[in-house]
Design a protein around this ligand. Structure first.
Ligand code: HEC
Length: 164
C-alpha cells in the first residue's frame, strides 16, 4: 500500500467516524430537548387520560336484570321477551349484537335454536356461551318453540263404533 492509498483509506475512516459522531450528537440533542421541553410528548393523548369514565358503564352496558315494573302479562316490555327462567341470560347474551326481535320473532325447537347458535358462532363471531348455553337453550326451546296454532285440535272421541 503506497502513501496515497493509505491516506485515502484514513480519510474514509475519519469521515465515517465524524458522521457517526454527528448522528449521535443530533439524536442526543433531540432526545434531551424532548425530555426537557416536552416531557409528555409520547404520553397518551391528554384528552383520553382526562376523559371522565365514571358514567360510561351505565350508558353502554345494557341492563342485566329484569325490573318487575317493566313486566306486563309475563312480557318484559322493553325487550318483548317472555319472562321465565334464563330470560336475563338471553337478554344480555342475545341482545349484545342485534335486536331481541330476532329472538322473539323466531320459533324453533331446542335443536333448531342450537343450530342457530352454531351458525352465529361459525359466521357471526358469536363466542362460546359456556355453561350459559344450556340455560339459554332451555329457555328458547320452551318459550320460543314452533307454534302449533295451524294444527287442527285433536278429535275428542265420545264413543267408538265399528264399521261393517
Ligand atoms: C356476536 C354477535 C351476536 C350475538 C351475541 C348473537 N347473535 Fe344472533 N345474529 C348475529 C348476526 C350478525 C345475525 C345476522 C343478522 C342479520 O342477518 O341481520 C344474527 C341473526 C340471528 C337470528 C336470525 C337467524 C336467521 O335465520 O336469519 C336469530 C334467530 C338470532 N340471531 C338469535 C340469537 C340468539 C338466540 C342469541 C343468543 C344466544 C344471539 N342471536 C346472539 C350475531 C349475534
Amino acid at each position: 500500500m503506497d502513501f496515497e492509498e493509505y491516506k485515502e483509506l484514513a480519510l474514509k475512516r475519519a469521515k465515517i467516524a465524524i458522521n457517526t459522531g454527528v448522528l449521535i450528537i443530533v439524536f442526543s440533542v433531540v432526545w434531551l430537548l424532548q425530555v426537557g421541553l416536552f416531557p409528555d410528548l409520547f404520553d397518551p393523548a391528554p384528552e383520553i387520560v382526562a376523559m371522565d369514565t365514571t358514567n360510561v358503564q351505565e350508558e353502554y352496558i345494557p341492563s342485566t336484570t329484569i325490573d318487575s315494573a317493566d313486566v306486563v302479562d309475563g312480557i318484559h316490555q322493553p325487550t318483548g321477551l317472555i319472562v321465565d327462567k334464563g330470560v336475563e341470560d338471553v337478554m344480555v347474551t342475545c341482545g349484545a349484537c342485534h335486536s331481541l326481535n330476532l329472538v322473539t320473532q323466531n320459533r324453533a325447537t331446542r335443536e333448531g335454536w342450537k343450530d342457530i347458535i352454531v351458525w352465529m358462532q361459525e359466521t357471526q363471531k358469536l363466542w362460546d356461551l359456556g355453561p350459559k348455553e344450556e340455560v339459554i337453550l332451555d329457555y328458547l326451546g320452551k318459550n320460543y318453540a314452533p307454534e302449533n296454532e295451524g294444527r287442527r285440535p285433536n278429535l275428542v272421541v265420545e264413543e267408538w263404533y265399528h264399521l261393517n
